[in-house]
Ligand binder design. Sequence first.
Ligand code: IPM
Ligand code: MG
Length: 353
Amino acid sequence: MAGNSNKIAIIDGDGIGPEIMTEAKKLIALFLPEYTLVNVDLGGKAIDKFDNPFPEESQEKLKDVDAVLMSAIGAPKYDNLPRDKRPETGLLALRKFLGAFANIRPAFVFDALVDLSTLKPEVVKGVDLVVVRELTGGIYFGEPSLNDGERALNTMVYTKPEVERIARVAFDAAMKRNKRLCSVDKSNVLNVSQLWRDVVIEVSKDYPEVELSYMYIDNAAMQLIRNPKQFDVVVTGNLFGDILSDESSMLTGSIGLLPSASVGGEIGLFEPVHGSAPDIAGQGLANPMAMILSLAMMLRFSLNKEKEADIIENAVKEVLNKGILTPDLGGKANTKEIGEAIFECCAKEFEKA
Ligand code: IPM
Ligand code: MG
């Protein structure tokens, strides 16, 4: 069973996916030589092979891995498929399959890159926040859900246990950081948000050291660009979290820098926040940093390798400070050059440690 099979599932995905995964794999070879990599098809590749974005065969392979590392999926050629056949549906099914209900999306502004943000440097310098997004419930999965051509609907549902468990993940994250948690909802309008808020308040009693605040989603969207430094940990539902995590990624100037972890089930899923960027695929333009930082999150959250995770995160900082940058960051380096620069820093540090 998961936990000590010394296997990692690799979903190298579509678009820029394989290119950025190649760079992450070099670091896996360095830090995890004892692990076997299991290639798993999801999204476009799975549709091409099996006519199914998350086929049985992929599900089987995932049953005895310790963690899943994924790049990104999706391509324009699948845009006209029915919804249940699209790459995105495979991703949603994967999250549900893994029980990965807690999606952790950090957004931090590297000092070397403050000028890259579309916001003023004084607004973004020092931003360091985490969005904890509920990932397997809410309007993404609620029933009934239908579209008969005349009338369409989705249902936003949360149960008390679902809110309680994501709230605990968020409070625990806050305890390890600056002990501030902001819960985002729309409880002035939505029943589901009223329950959400009540449950978060109840859970807060177990975390007296954490300063809890609340915000409506519209205000939170505004506050994130007005004064992002007011946030430490943000906890919210699936749809609101989808939106706020894209918004917070832009504080940093490039979505190509941000990793994510989806945890809560037995097997964690680690993937960059960005998509498969088909427009730049195959040209060596993609920034592999978010992919590599997702690997660092995997080492930290699933494989208990804190030291190695630190080495990777520091190596990324070092490469940024040296000004070795891909075009999304205003530089000229290609995917492979970034991967190699990070690898060299890691190898040096790893030898010393
Ligand atoms: C994300 C993406 C997905 C989501 C899509 C691709 C289904 O936007 O990971 O944020 O909405 O969860
Ligand atoms: Mg999204």
